[in-house]
Design a protein around this ligand. Structure first.
Ligand code: CUA
Length: 316
C-alpha cells in the first residue's frame, strides 16, 4: 500500500528511491558533522585564545603541515564519494532496462498526454503496472516543462524540439502526484497529474479499454501509412536493400558510420533530426539529397515514424 512518508521525505515508492535517499542521507550527515566541527571549533578557539589583560603577541606556530593535509584530504575524499555515488545513480536513472514498457509522454500548456504502444491514451493520469520498468519518451509541444514525481525521486526536463528519456519502476500500488517543475506560463501551478500504479491485470484492462475507445491507430501502424503517404519509400526500402538513402530495415539502434568519419547511434533523436534537418549528418556512402520535412510533418507524425522504424527491427 501507499505509505504516507514522513515529515522529512515522501514515501519511497520506486526502485531508485532508496538509492537516492541513501545518498541524500550521507550528504546530510557528512555536512552536519563538518558544520559542527567548523562552527564549534571557531567558537572554541575564539574563546580559548581571546585577548586577555597583559597578553602579548608571540611569534608562535602558525602552520601545521600534518593538520593541513588532514583537513584537505578528508573533505576531498568525501567529495569524491558523493560524486561517484551520484554519477553511478544518475547513469542508472538514464538507462532504461531492456524489458521496460514505453509510454510516449507529451507535455503542453498545461497538461500531460500519455500514449501507449497499442494506441491507448490518457490525459494527466499515467497508469502503469507495479513492479515493471516504465520508460518515458518525452517531448513538449510548446515550451520547456519538467516531469517530477517526488515519490519516485525522479525529475526530468521535457523539451520542445528533442526527446528526453527517463524511466522508473514503481514498487507499490497507489496514486502518486506528478508536478511540472519548470515555470511554463500562467497555468504552470495547475499543470498537475497523477501516476496510478496498478496490478498487472488492471493495467491490461486499462490498455484494452483505451484502445477499444478508439483513441487512434497504434503509432507504428500510423507510421507505416506515413511511410507511404509522405513518400519515404521512394528512397528508403524496408527490405534491407539500399536505395537513394539507407534502408529502414533494422536501422533503429544501429551504429552508422557517417560521411565525416564519426559514428552515430540511430536513436529517437537522430531519426527526428534526420527528418527535420537531413543534411546535418549523412550516412557514409550516401549523397546529401534528402529534403527537409520541416513544416510538412508534425510531432505526432514523427513519433509515429519512430515507432514504425522500431517495429521494423522486431520483424513484423
Ligand atoms: Cu509545465 Cu510548468
Amino acid at each position: 500500500m501507499n505509505s504516507p512518508g514522513s515529515f522529512y521525505l515522501p514515501a519511497a515508492s520506486s526502485t531508485m528511491a532508496p538509492e537516492v535517499d541513501a545518498l541524500l542521507q550521507f550528504i546530510v550527515v557528512a555536512s552536519s558533522i563538518l558544520f559542527a566541527i567548523v562552527v564549534f571549533g571557531s567558537f572554541y578557539f575564539a574563546v580559548r585564545y581571546r585577548r586577555r589583560k597583559g597578553s602579548t603577541f608571540t611569534d608562535g606556530k602558525d602552520h601545521n603541515v600534518r593538520l593541513e593535509i588532514v583537513w584537505t584530504v578528508i573533505p576531498s575524499i568525501l567529495a569524491f564519494i558523493v560524486f561517484f555515488w551520484g554519477f553511478n545513480s544518475y547513469l542508472k536513472m538514464n538507462i532504461a532496462p531492456a524489458n521496460a514498457i514505453e509510454v510516449k509522454t507529451t507535455a503542453q500548456k498545461w497538461f500531460w498526454q500519455f500514449t501507449y504502444a497499442n494506441g491507448a491514451g490518457s490525459t494527466n493520469e499515467l497508469v502503469v503496472p507495479v513492479g515493471v520498468p516504465v520508460k518515458l519518451l518525452m517531448s513538449s509541444k510548446d515550451v520547456i516543462h519538467s516531469f517530477y514525481v517526488p515519490n519516485f525521486r525522479m525529475k526530468m526536463d521535457v523539451l520542445p524540439n528533442r526527446y528526453s528519456l527517463t524511466w522508473f519502476e514503481a514498487t507499490q500500488t497507489g496514486e502518486y502526484d506528478l508536478f511540472c517543475t519548470e515555470f511554463c506560463g500562467t497555468g504552470h501551478s495547475s499543470m498537475l497529474g497523477k501516476i496510478k500504479v496498478v496490478s498487472d491485470t488492471e493495467f491490461r484492462d486499462f490498455l484494452n479499454a483505451g484502445s477499444a475507445l478508439g483513441t487512434g491507430q497504434a503509432p507504428e501502424a500510423f507510421g507505416a501509412d506515413l511511410y507511404k503517404s509522405k513518400a519515404c519509400f521512394t528512397c528508403h526500402t524496408t527490405d534491407g536493400t539500399p536505395g537513394t538513402g539507407p534502408t529502414f530495415k533494422g536501422v533503429f539502434s544501429r551504429s552508422e558510420a557517417m560521411s565525416d568519419g564519426s559514428t552515430q547511434l540511430v536513436d529517437e533523436n537522430y531519426i527526428r533530426e534526420s527528418i527535420l534537418n537531413p543534411q546535418a549528418k549523412i550516412v557514409s556512402g550516401f549523397q546529401p539529397v534528402m529534403p527537409t520535412y520541416q513544416g510538412i510533418i508534425n510531432n505526432t507524425e514523427i513519433d509515429a515514424l519512430v515507432a514504425y522504424l522500431k517495429s521494423l527491427n522486431t520483424g513484423q
